[in-house]
Design a protein around this ligand. Structure first.
Ligand code: DP6
Length: 325
């Protein structure tokens, strides 16, 4: 009873920030994302009568806090099947553990697919997405292929993600620029919780359905400047909410702001590039494929960049035959 899955990370164009139900991870609003080709997690899960306890190894290390979240997720799978066996989980990211890059989306998507399959379940894409969401909200968007919509829903059964366009529908590139390798002071989960008392949240929520409609139209019609402009403003809005939370959350580092400024300068020079930023200091630059070289060239002069990872839109979670143990 062993299975291995690989799942991509994803970046949201319209973001998930705030929950209607914290425990079930039902978001305040729907969101739109794309899967990233070069940031992924591979996970092997085995249920075995030979094991006397659960064991979780992530990037060759046993982290207690992370391990507990993984075991809670395995318990959800055990509950679906009535399996009482212990498990061994080995998981590896293809990006460095200390790179400061969020891995909960790819980790919980890979764990959901490998775990449910090792348990003998043959879940549909929708069921996998719902289950992944319970582990980490954004993980539900790493199950389907390419460009993805997470329907916010009112109940657990109606809150899941589906593919809206295949990965090759539109040739955009997402360059993840790593500016900090430190873990953040306030976790994403805590950041979500702080939105509940933010006075600007009702205004944000009221506009989300319209934003989702617009971004889907811009992707469908491949209108890059309109698309990029909306993505960038949406990211700034998330950070406006974070900055005005209590306590305030300042996710940016000086290099994050330098790159935001560079993006504005490059646009003035005629290079169509836009940024988005999740709950951390690292920044994602979005451009059309033809402009990647020029853009990465310009990033070389910026102080504080530790690493850049060029991605294209990718498929979602997949089972693979090569196990990690
Ligand atoms: C800023 O999915 O990491 O990246 O459900 O608490 O695990 P939990 O949160 P998580 O939140 C991601 C927030 C975000 C925006 C997004 O990906 O949509």
């Amino acid at each position: 009873m062993k299975a291995t899955a690989i799942a991509p990370s994803n970046i949201a164009f319209i973001k998930y920030w705030g929950k209607k139900d914290e425990k079930l991870r039902i978001p305040e609003n729907g969101s739109i994302s794309v899967n990233l080709s070069n940031l992924n997690t591979t996970t092997t899960v085995e249920f075995s009568s030979q094991l006397i306890h659960d064991s979780v190894t992530i990037n060759d290390m046993m982290d207690r806090k992370q391990g507990e979240r993984v075991i809670t997720h395995l318990n959800r799978i055990r509950k679906l099947t009535n399996i009482k066996l212990y498990t061994r989980v080995v998981s590896k990211n293809n990006f460095p553990a200390s790179s400061g890059l969020a891995s909960s989306a790819s980790s919980f998507a890979a764990l959901t697919l490998a775990g449910s399959s090792a348990a003998g379940l043959n879940l549909s894409e929708k069921e996998l997405s719902i289950l992944a969401r319970l582990g980490s909200g954004s993980a539900c968007r790493s199950i389907p292929d390419g460009y993805v919509e997470w329907l916010d829903g009112k109940t657990s059964e109606t809150s899941y993600a589906l593919s809206i366009f295949p990965p090759d529908y539109w040739d955009i590139n997402i360059i993840v620029v790593v500016v900090s390798e430190e873990s953040k002071d306030i976790s994403t989960t805590e950041g979500h919780a702080l939105t509940a008392k933010n006075h600007f949240m009702p205004i944000r929520i009221a506009m989300m359905n319209e934003k989702i409609k617009q971004i889907k139209k811009f992707i469908k019609e491949k209108k890059f400047p309109q698309f990029g402009d909306l993505v960038e403003k949406e990211a700034l809005e998330l950070h406006a909410i974070a900055l005005t939370s209590n306590p305030p959350i300042i996710y940016w580092q000086p290099a994050t702001v330098s790159i935001m400024k560079l993006v504005q300068t490059l646009r003035k020079e005629g290079l169509a590039v836009y940024f988005t930023i999740d709950a951390g200091p690292n920044i994602c630059l979005i451009c059309e494929k033809k402009n990647v070289k020029k853009l990465t060239g310009r990033l070389k002069n910026i102080y504080g960049i530790k690493n850049t990872i060029v991605n294209y839109p990718s498929v979602g979670a997949r089972l693979i035959k090569r196990h990690l143990f």
